[in-house]
Structures are given as C-alpha cells and as structure tokens.
Design a protein around this ligand. Structure first.
Ligand code: 7RM
Length: 654
C-alpha cells in the first residue's frame, strides 16, 4: 500500500493501493461450477440471452415470449412466462429425488435443534398456505411477518409465494412503531408473529410488541402466533390464532398459483437517509433468476454442501441467500436463531464444527468483532470442512479480509466479497471463486450480465480512479419500484443520470479493472478540496495492530472545509491514550498521506450501527460537530451513541 493518485475534486480520490493477489487452489478450480470465462463471454456476447439461459435453470409453467421490455426506469423480464417461487424451492426437489435431503438444519440460541427435509418443508408450506387461504388471503394480498429466526419464517414466506400473496418481512428487532408504519404502508391484512424469540439469553417479547403496533394498524384482520417458547401473551379472540392449532386442521396440499413473471413476490422495507422507509418491490421471475444463478455460481453451491448465511431473514441477505437462492438450488443449510457471542464468543465456530459447514457467508461487522475478540475462539474448533467464505454488507478492509482468510479459512478458502443492495435483489459485483483472482478489499468485477460502471459527476466514465457506482442496463432481479411511491423511485435512483441506475455508493476502478467499494457517497469527506472516502481512512486505521474497527467522518473546519474525525475501537489488551492516538495518526499518514491525517481520534468501546450492522456515520458527525443527535430510530442500540456523546462532550469541553 502506498500513496497514489492525482487530485480530482470532481470524483473521489483513491489513496490506498492493495497489491496482493489470491487464487483458489487447483482442486477447487477443477471442481467449481464454473472455472473458465464462458459465463462472462456468454453475457458479453448477449446479455439478455445470458439471463434467459440462467432462467432456464428454473421450472416454468409457461415459457416467456420476450426476455426484456425496457421502458426506463421500468423493466419487465421474461414477459409472458409463468412460474411459482414455492414450486421452484420445494416441489421440484421433492419430485427429483431430494425428498429426504435436509433443507434447513436449525439451531435455537438455547441449543434446541430441528432438521427439516425438503419433504418436511414442502408439507409445512402446503399446510400453512391452506391456513392463510382459510383466513381469506388471496393472490396479491400483503402478509406481514414479525418473527425470530425460526423455520416458520421461511415456511410462511414460501406459503405466501405459493398463493401469490406478497410478503413483507419486518426484522424482529424493530420497534412496535417501525412495525406499525410498515404494516400501514403495505396495508397488510394478516400479521404472522411468534410469542417471542431468544437473543443473548434475553427474550424478545414479539407478540407483546406486535400488540402495541396493532393498536394502530386498521388493515390487519388476522394475527397468527407461532409458539416458540413459553412467553406470556394476550390472545385477542377472533383476531389472533395459534399457528399450531390452524395447522392441525389444514389440508396437506395446496396447488401453487402460476404467477406471471412480473407479479409481485415481496416488499422489503429499507431505511433511506431521510425518515420514511422505502418499500422495495421485487417480482417473481427476474428475482428468482437472479438469486438462483448467483447462489449457484458465486457460492459454487453443490448438493453435498452445508451452506450457512448468518444474516437474519428480516434483511434482504436472508431473503435472497437463505430463503430463495439456496432453496431454489436445493441446498442444505444452517439457520441459527441467536447471536455469535452467546453463550460464548465461539458459538459460530462451534456450529461450523458441529454441522460440518462448507460455505460460510457473513458481514464485515461480524468479522471485525471476531478479530477484536481474538484468534483463540476459532482456534478452539475444527473448521476444516469450510471451503468457501463470503462477505457482504460493508466494504471489507484488507486487514479484516486477511484475518478471515487465515483464521477462519485456514488460508485455504477463497473469499467472495459480494457487493449488492436490497434494491438490486441479488449479488452484483463479486468474484466467481473458481475463475476470478482475488485482491483483499476488492469486490472484484461485476457478475456476468451485470452492466456496472463508474461515472464521474458529469456522467463520463472513470477509467481508473474513484467515482459513482452505476448500473447501465437492467438486470432481472432489479427493484421494480418503491411501493406506492413512483416519484421517490425515480428521484432516488434514476435522476442523477438519464436511464441509468444510481447506487448511491462510491467506487474506484483500479488498473486491472477491479472495483473497490468506497462507501455511501453521502459519507464522502472533503478535505481542502480533496474528496476522500471514509472507507480508505478506516482501512488504514484498522491496518494498525491495535485497532479492531473504526469509523471516520468529515467535520466542519474553517480552513480545510472539513477535517477528519476518527472513532476507533481497540482490540482487547490495548490502552487508549495520547501516545496511541499519535501513533494512529502517524499510521494513517504513512499509509495514505498527510492529506488524510485525522484531526481527532476518539476512542470508543462501540460504534453506532444499524440493526443490520452497518456503521451510522451520520450520527458520529453530529457528535463530533457537537450537534444534537439526528434520527436514532434505526440504531441497533441507541445507548451506544448516547454514551459516546457524553464521553465526547466531557473530553472536548475541557
Ligand atoms: C446486501 C445489503 C446496501 C449497501 C450498499 C453498500 C453496502 C453491501 C457491500 C457493501 C461494500 C460490499 N443490502 N454494501 N455489500 N459495501 N462492499 N460487499 O447489504 O440494502 O442492506 O445495503 O450496503 O453501501 O449500497 S443493503
């Protein structure tokens, strides 16, 4: 790594350079689902034909007439085609000799276990679809879910898909207000919840919280309660139904509804920068094609694999890479209810060993926590079954990448750093592990058929260096809109460049045409006219032996416009003092250059994160500029930022 690049205030400067290459072993490449350039070549030759070939991996009742109709910003894929997502995830496997293959190996936080085969899932989904039907749910109706990580969540979603009902899953850690707003926006008629769930040994009283939301959700006619534990709750006669009671009386088979490819499959809310959450809309044929193809080729998924995506199903990662992608591929997977540090910091590695996990997909925030906790936790377990690792959710800095590669992957497993969004539906920029050589910290190149590019402010292509990440052509799993808000859809994603999807992320392209994600463009700092990405300064800090995690923000500075403030979480055993502060500043200067020297370093035991684990720099900016805190409702733990604010004020008011 060294200092680079000329200054260009129109784009984002890229200052860090990573020079190491990694490649999958010869055996891995020989056995990989794809190990040459054929998919890239096919897509480069004819993108639509490539996606049509991918769609042929699904079962269709009727084949499409037209692959793509594109009226920017509205795309229709596989027009005229008919299919059912639940059929593709279940029936076809049951019919093809996989009836007794494990679909979901589930473990609860307290240690309880269940294994559901494809036949079990098929039977449960059919019955639950009949329960929903009996309560009046029809094609197109919205069904909300507010659930812990238990198999019934996947069962419920697939039951909706079977009927053609639209699911809207609200993460179980959200507040009653957040649930209420999302139910009302979608006008859901049924809510599926549970008595509760376990998190770090505590009980999440889901039905109790749902009841608070239900005071102000007039569209809800029925509530279904799954019994997870023995959590006290109130049952409202007529409205509330126990899942197990309904299931006792349900018929065993429910004919899957043949859906138009463009019929809605689900809505998933994602919090935008301003207040009101956006209901991202995904449809059936294109979405399923995207998640099916990426699961198969990015994760190199084989029938014998044990796949574990650690995300909660309440996020898009769980929708695409627990429910639809792996199940459309007939995968065997692990589903775990709880947190990685309960009862101890090796819970994940215990599970990997116990179930012989072969493919492990998690987020950088988790990897940095593992680093902070120390190598001794994974070292207690035999992780030799792992053959492929994945990362998603934030840029993974080279230091964390290297740690993951060595201590979890035993220097043996390729790492797929997968860039995508709720809006993109499936993975967009990623290595194919049997084909693409890896550089730690780079998500490498676009998946075949994905027309991603980097633009400068005026819409010209950035050949090498930093700019805005865009997608120039439609792709099958792209969002079809924001539920009930076409104006916001256009404004948010399609107004920066005509007919081109704007991701909101910054990225740079290196001399090998590799993409490096630089974080949200709203977070980019401007120091003396130089646009510097948060990610690169954070990477330089985490590169220091003492630092586990960091978040940097630009704060007002009379002379420079902005100065850099860095929040730093130290690894176990390091002391926060003035000496270390100076060392860290010098380290950034040495790695990047004097331009990136942080003005302030603020040591903090925790950083404010969203409930899906992404650092919220906006709030750190408020703290460092001494302002009142902005909206904190999407935080995982609001006390972190309150505490940080108090410490900061004490320190800097003196
Ligand atoms: C899957 C998911 C989307 C935002 C996205 C980025 C960031 C996600 C990566 C990443 C760098 C990655 N959906 N992001 N993956 N940044 N490298 N591999 O996270 O809708 O919740 O978030 O997450 O900023 O725009 S999401």
């Amino acid at each position: 790594m060294n200092e680079t690049t000329v200054l260009d205030s129109a784009t984002i400067q890229s200052l860090l350079e990573e020079e190491r290459w990694f490649e999958a072993s010869k055996t891995f490449r020989e056995k990989a689902n794809t190990n040459n350039s054929s998919l890239y070549d096919m897509a480069a030759h004819n993108r639509e034909e490539f996606w049509a070939t991918m769609a042929e991996g699904l079962d269709w009742y009727e084949k499409w007439r037209t692959v793509l109709e594109w009226n920017p910003p509205y795309a229709k894929w596989f027009v005229g085609g008919k299919l059912n997502a639940s059929y593709n995830c279940l029936d076809r496997h049951v019919k093809n000799g996989m009836r007794n293959k494990a679909a979901i190996i589930w473990e609860g936080e307290p240690g309880d276990q269940r294994t559901l085969t494809y036949w079990d899932m098929y039977r449960e989904v059919n019955k639950f679809a009949n329960c929903l039907k009996r309560l009046g749910v029809q094609k197109g109706d919205r069904v909300a879910f507010y659930m812990p990580m238990i198999p019934e969540l996947a069962i419920g979603m697939l039951a909706c898909a079977r009927l053609g009902a639209v699911h809207s899953v609200v993460f179980g850690g959200f507040s009653p207000e957040a649930l209420r707003d999302r139910i009302n926006d979608a006008q859901a008629t049924v809510l599926v919840t549970a008595d509760g769930g376990y998190r770090r040994g505590n009980l999440l009283p889901l039905k109790h919280d749902a009841d608070l939301a239900l005071r102000e959700t007039p569209s809800i006619e029925h509530v279904i309660i799954v019994k997870r534990g023995d959590f006290p709750l109130h049952v409202k006669e007529g409205r509330d139904h126990w899942y197990h009671r309904l299931m006792q009386e349900a018929d065993a088979y429910c004919e899957p509804e043949p859906m138009e490819a463009e019929d809605m499959l689900y809505i998933l809310y994602t919090s935008g920068t301003t207040g009101k959450p956006k209901g991202i809309v995904h449809t059936t044929g294109g979405y399923l094609t995207g998640v099916y193809a990426t699961t198969k080729y990015v994760f190199d998924l084989k029938p014998e694999d044990v796949f574990w995506c650690t995300a909660d199903i309440g996020w898009v990662t769980g929708h695409s890479y627990i429910v639809y992608g792996p199940m459309a591929n007939g995968a065997t997977q692990i589903m775990y209810e709880g947190s990685p540090d309960w009862p101890d910091r090796d819970r994940f590695w215990e599970l990997v060993e116990k179930y012989g996990v072969t493919i492990f997909y998690t987020a950088p925030t988790a990897i940095r926590a593992f680093m902070k906790w120390g190598d001794e936790w994974p070292a207690k377990h035999d992780l030799h079954t792992l053959r492929l690792l994945g990362s998603v959710g934030e840029p993974i800095n080279p230091e964390a990448w290297t740690w993951y590669h060595e201590y979890i992957g035993g220097n043996r497993c390729p790492i797929v750093d997968t860039w995508w969004q709720t809006e993109t539906g499936s993975i967009m920029i990623t290595p194919l592990p049997g084909v693409t050589r890896l550089k730690p910290g780079s998500a490498t190149i676009p998946f075949p058929g994905v027309d991603a590019d980097i633009f400068s402010e005026d819409g010209t292509r950035v050949d090498t260096g930093g700019g805005y990440l865009v997608v120039k052509s439609p792709w099958p799993s792209m969002l079809r809109g924001i539920y009930g808000d076409p104006e916001r859809f256009k404004q948010q994603y399609w107004s920066k460049y005509e007919g081109i999807y704007f991701t909101g992320d910054g990225a740079k392209r290196d001399e090998n045409d590799y993409f490096w994600l630089l974080g949200r463009v709203d977070d980019v700092m401007n120091v003396s006219g130089h646009r510097i990405s948060t990610m690169e300064v954070e990477s330089a800090l985490v590169d220091h032996e003492s630092t586990a995690e960091s978040a940097v923000v630009g704060i007002h500075h009379d002379v420079k416009g902005q100065a850099i403030a860095a929040f730093v979480t130290l690894k176990e055993g390091y002391e926060a003092d003035g000496k270390l502060e100076k060392k860290l500043k010098d380290h950034v200067v040495q790695k990047i250059g004097v331009i990136a020297r942080p003005e302030k370093i603020i040591f903090s035991a925790d950083l404010p994160k969203t409930r899906s684990g992404k650092i919220m720099r906006r709030l750190l900016r408020d703290i460092a500029e001494g302002k009142a805190l902005g909206d904190t409702t999407t935080l995982a733990d609001a006390s972190v930022v309150e505490k940080l604010k108090r410490t900061y004020e004490e320190e800097y008011s003196a």
